[in-house]
Design a protein around this ligand. Structure first.
Ligand code: NAD
Ligand code: SER
Length: 315
């Protein structure tokens, strides 16, 4: 039997670092090749192979896939929602062409499995605000959301047309302390913990009661691996699965932080990211993921807050 050999593209990012380390624990250090356009993240150094790779260079990517005998690809390179609005053309180009490059190589080289994340950003102002269903009106208003929605249909197309086993999750906003977030609208929920510890105060770029779907990184990593390890016949959705854990607002996270740092203060100064957040649902119905491959989240807001503050304080 051929041993799995995994390529993680965008491994130095917020998700990439933790996903690479988790995959190395399961498959063995040498079986997981980390790659990124930027330098290797310090947390990955010495833990396994790293190659410098631009996913937009299809030939270079193809060479690496063949040279490293890759059997699975995790594509994490993207421009996120807030940064995307600063350069819509670049966000569209990177987010869609990177996926097409990977899907095409997966088809040509008969790669066993591909993972590519979508986002709650596919939903727009006309989608239901509460418990937004898997299938509903989807009219995204950000370039990031448009690129993710288009990407979902490319995944579906390559699966049904060419038999590529590509799987996907619509992540909510992800909270983590190991590597920094890369330009999303939900990044406030990471920054706030750091600023609470360092400054004792935080200025939120979203208004007090802007509630959004969120998830702690350990849950997101586990969801990704559980989806990828599920038998193919359990995967009934080949666009992208709704995935949920909890929802909260800046006011609610601040109240939770005050239980640990009583003098913590928060101010609200909404900027251009407010309208992005206002276009997204406040909560997500992920019953298909729960039914198909038994998805269950673990972390709630008090647990996330306690864990974030103790780990960041240690850092
Ligand atoms: P990130 O910005 O932290 O990391 C992306 C990585 O991709 C970076 O290290 C960057 O250097 C790399 N990259 C960019 N262009 C590249 C290129 N041309 N070639 C190779 N690498 C390149 O993003 P993240 O938060 O880790 O997100 C990973 C994926 O998950 C993205 O598809 C994102 O849309 C999706 N997602 C993230 C969140 C979240 O809250 N973090 C939520 C929903 C979906
Ligand atoms: N966390 C991401 C963002 O805010 C959602 O995809 O862009």
């Amino acid at each position: 039997m051929i041993k799995d050999k995994i390529l993680v593209i965008g491994a130095s990012g917020q998700i990439g670092v933790e996903l690479t380390l988790a995959l190395r624990k399961i498959y063995g250090n040498n079986q997981v090749v980390a790659s990124d356009l930027r330098e290797e993240n310090e947390l990955l150094r010495g833990t396994g192979p790293y190659v410098s790779l631009d996913v937009m260079n299809k030939e270079m990517l193809h060479v690496q896939v063949i040279r490293q005998n890759i059997t699975q690809i995790y594509l994490l390179a993207a421009i996120l929602s807030a940064t995307g609005e600063k350069n819509p053309g670049l966000a569209w180009h990177l987010n869609t062409q990177s996926l097409l490059n990977v899907l095409e190589i997966a088809r040509e080289e008969q790669i066993q499995k591909v993972y590519w994340p979508s986002s709650i950003a596919v939903f727009g102002p006309t989608s239901p605000r509460q418990l937004c269903p898997q299938q509903t009106i989807i009219e995204p208003v950000t370039v990031y959301g448009i690129s993710k929605y288009a990407g979902e249909f490319w995944c579906n197309y390559y699966h049904h047309r060419f038999g590529v086993d590509v799987r996907s999750l619509r992540y909510p906003g992800l909270i983590s302390y190991k590597s920094s977030p890369g330009g999303g609208t939900t990044d406030y929920a990471v920054e706030i913990y750091k600023e609470a510890l360092e400054q004792g105060n935080y200025t939120s770029f979203l208004s007090a009661d802007t509630s959004l779907p969120m998830m702690y990184m350990p849950d997101a990593i586990r969801a990704t691996i559980e989806l990828m390890e599920s038998p193919a016949d359990k995967i009934s959705i080949r666009t992208s699965y709704n995935l949920a854990a909890i929802s909260f607002s800046p006011r609610e996270i601040a109240d939770e932080i005050k239980k640990h740092i009583p003098n913590f203060t928060i101010r609200y100064q909404p900027d251009y990211r407010q309208s992005i957040a206002d276009s997204w649902p406040q909560s997500i119905d992920d019953s298909r993921a729960r039914k198909d491959w038994n998805w269950k989240h673990q972390y709630n807001l008090p647990e996330i807050t306690a864990d974030m503050l103790s780990n960041l304080a240690e850092k």
